[in-house]
Design a protein around this ligand. Structure first.
Ligand code: PLP
Length: 366
């Protein structure tokens, strides 16, 4: 029985997502005691003590379904962002909100515009949903080419996805670029701005999109607890948009999509928001250090506003990644993403982890 022929063409043509190798797998395969993972843009700092406490208490209730409406979490976040609770939808990671948007908006024959060199989930999700994706190349500086993306929008476009700052390049688009872009996008096209790395950004001309929503009600922002808040393993993210838009999206949400432990953990993060500043600072110090050191090693370094850095070497990123793996350092090669043969994405880890990556690179390159 050829099961693949039973599935829609878009699904047959799609290859499953391949994540960065887990530490345990690399340890097992290579017989290494200590392995450093700088591959998935996770926060190298563990969860806050308040998060662990909240999870411990809530664990006693996991025989019950979670609050489907995420009432307390939604209200806590609404206060924090100064928006109405009706403007917020939570997902099992912001991935799920991206998925909801595409499934809810796009009928066969309609399309989604996004950047070809951006979060791989846009390509995957549009591929399985009627092959509705319309990828646009980045500009020469590895930034979203917002003019080219606006050019690509036609009468069948339902959604434009912009990742700002962008994964995997770490680049960002400015307020001015966004103003020009949004002025060109018709009101009946939804613009999803993926701000998974929002908290890490320090650039002053980075757009504050919640304020922009007044003028552009077709905007929806996507943010997550996976990165700055260290909850990648719990899966919780959210969208912020016009209450009527969010109301429609709620219809496509699975009834209990955010679990009991994730809800209390995310609330604890919001109640301890003062921890964010230190996390951003420590990341920035290491980011700057890595950028300088990698440039000294001969890499072309793309300026980053995130917790990862895209670099290019003269050689083959696939081979370099494998050489690093042999030394117990996991990074992510990007040559398959059309970013050049030598493109490599390295997440910022703890100081000792970053140093180990640099030392391994020095050995390999000498
Ligand atoms: C990490 C990341 C996310 C977050 O996904 P979650 O499902 O919330 O873990 C979303 N978008 C981009 C671009 C990311 O890099």
């Amino acid at each position: 029985m050829d099961f693949s022929s039973l599935f829609r063409p878009g699904i047959r043509a799609t290859r499953p997502y391949t994540p960065g190798k887990p530490v345990s797998e690399v340890q097992r395969e290579l017989g290494l005691d200590s392995v450093v993972k700088l591959a998935s843009n996770e926060n190298p700092e563990g969860p806050l003590p308040a998060v662990l406490e909240a999870i411990q208490q809530a664990a006693l209730q996991i025989n019950r379904y979670p609050d489907a409406a995420c009432f307390k979490l939604t209200n806590t976040l609404a206060k924090h962002l100064d928006v109405s609770p009706q403007s917020i939808i939570f997902g099992n990671g912001s991935n799920e909100v991206i998925d909801m948007l595409i499934r809810a908006l796009v009928s066969p024959g309609e399309n989604v515009v996004y950047s070809h060199h951006s979060f791989i989930v846009y390509a995957l999700t549009t591929s399985v949903h009627f092959e509705c994706g319309r990828p646009v190349p980045l500009d020469a500086n590895d930034k979203h080419d917002l003019d080219a993306m606006a050019d690509m929008v036609d009468e069948n476009t339902k959604l434009v996805l912009v990742c700002n700052p962008n994964n995997p390049t770490g680049t960002y688009n400015t307020i001015e670029e966004f103003d020009r872009f949004l002025a060109r996008i018709p009101e009946n096209v939804i613009v999803g701005i993926d701000e998974a790395y929002y908290e890490y950004v320090t650039a002053e001309d980075y757009p504050q999109t919640i304020a922009m929503m007044k003028k552009h009600p077709n905007l929806i922002l996507l943010r997550t607890f996976s990165k700055i808040h260290s909850l990648a393993g719990l899966r919780v993210g959210y969208g912020v948009g016009h209450p009527d838009l969010i109301g429609e999206l709620h219809k496509t949400r699975e009834p209990f999509n955010v679990n009991v432990l994730s809800q209390v953990a995310a609330i604890a993060c919001l109640e301890n928001w003062h921890e964010v500043e230190g996390r951003v600072q420590r990341n920035r110090e290491q980011l700057d250090y890595m950028a300088t050191q990698l440039a000294d090693l001969g890499f072309a370094v793309v300026p980053s506003e995130t917790n990862f850095i895209l670099v290019r070497c003269d050689g083959d990123a696939g081979k370099l990644t494998n050489d690093l793996l042999q030394k117990g350092v996991i990074v992510r090669p990007m040559h398959a993403f059309g970013l050049g043969e030598g493109a490599l994405r390295i997440s910022i880890g703890l100081p000792a982890e970053n140093q180990r990556c640099l030392d391994a690179l020095k050995e390999i390159l000498s």
